[in-house]
Design a protein around this ligand. Sequence first.
Ligand SMILES: *[C@@H]1O[C@H](CO)[C@@H](O)[C@H](O)[C@H]1NC(C)=O
Ligand SMILES: *[C@@H]1O[C@H](CO)[C@@H](O)[C@H](O)[C@H]1NC(C)=O
Length: 313
Amino acid sequence: MEKPLLLYIFFFYWHFLNALFTVEAPQSVYTVERGNNVTMECTFPVNGKLKFRDLNVSWEKKDELKKQVYVLLKGEEDFKSQHSDFRGRIKLLKEKLNLGQSLLQITDVKLRDAGFYRCLIGYGGADYKTINLKVKAPYRTITQGVVSTGYNEWKLTCQSEGYPQAEVIWQNGEYEDLTDQATTSYETGSDQLYRVTSNLTIKSKIDEIFYCIFWNKELQENTSAILRIADPTDGVVWTEGRRFVRVILIVTACFGSVLLIMLCIRKARANKDNRTPVASSSIAKLSKDKDICDCRDASFEEGELKYMQIEKT
Ligand SMILES: *[C@@H]1O[C@H](CO)[C@@H](O)[C@H](O)[C@H]1NC(C)=O
Ligand SMILES: *[C@@H]1O[C@H](CO)[C@@H](O)[C@H](O)[C@H]1NC(C)=O
């Protein structure tokens, strides 16, 4: 038992005097989500109208060092001894004291609020109970990523924050376990929260699905995300395809133009080169024809002449 303080002496003194006085905790374990409010309850016997002047109520947290959460001495609240961890977040529902209930409300619960709390009550007699407060932070929002790392190869990422530390399980569409192939890293951020990042690099075809499951063993809670392998370059391929077609068209057009120009040049050059030979040959042919004609003419003339000469003779 801890070293008794003034309050303890007071409580135990009364405890021995009135052994019938007992404090009860209707619920010994509370589980609350980080950021929410929690109200923990202890009950004590009140016979008739509550005499505030005779009432002492105390809540304390059993850490390595005891932390004062709430004190009401002889009906008067005393916040001077309250530990800074709880400043501004503690309220005792005083109206319920008349009913024999010591209700402690903690607002905006932090992960560091988790632990064992002792509620002490002195009223005629004195007694206490211990209550366990568990604080959880579910891995609710999973940020996912799918990145292509090669031909039919993908890097899948799931990231989330929560508490306590979660395992990350990977499965494919057939629920086969792929966790062995994944790497998971843990970082601690603000308020003890774990930032869990898990990567899985895997060969897969388009349209296959994978699951990442954040398994919070301690809280028996699972949250999961579905990752679908979609062709992220789908749109790009399409526009690139169009660009490709455009490029082909331009290239074809250019090549065609160049070909046409080359053809024209060749034709023009050919015309220029051929004009002389064609012309000369035709001239030669013509001249030859002329020559023949000439010869024929000559011979004809000669023949005529011969005939004339014969006629003459
Ligand atoms: C917690 O309690 C405070 C004060 O009573 C209230 O303003 C707040 O809305 C409560 N928060 C939740 C999550 O219930
Ligand atoms: C959470 O998922 C794991 C792995 O699939 C499974 O072994 C475990 O039973 C699940 N727990 C709960 C509470 O659903």
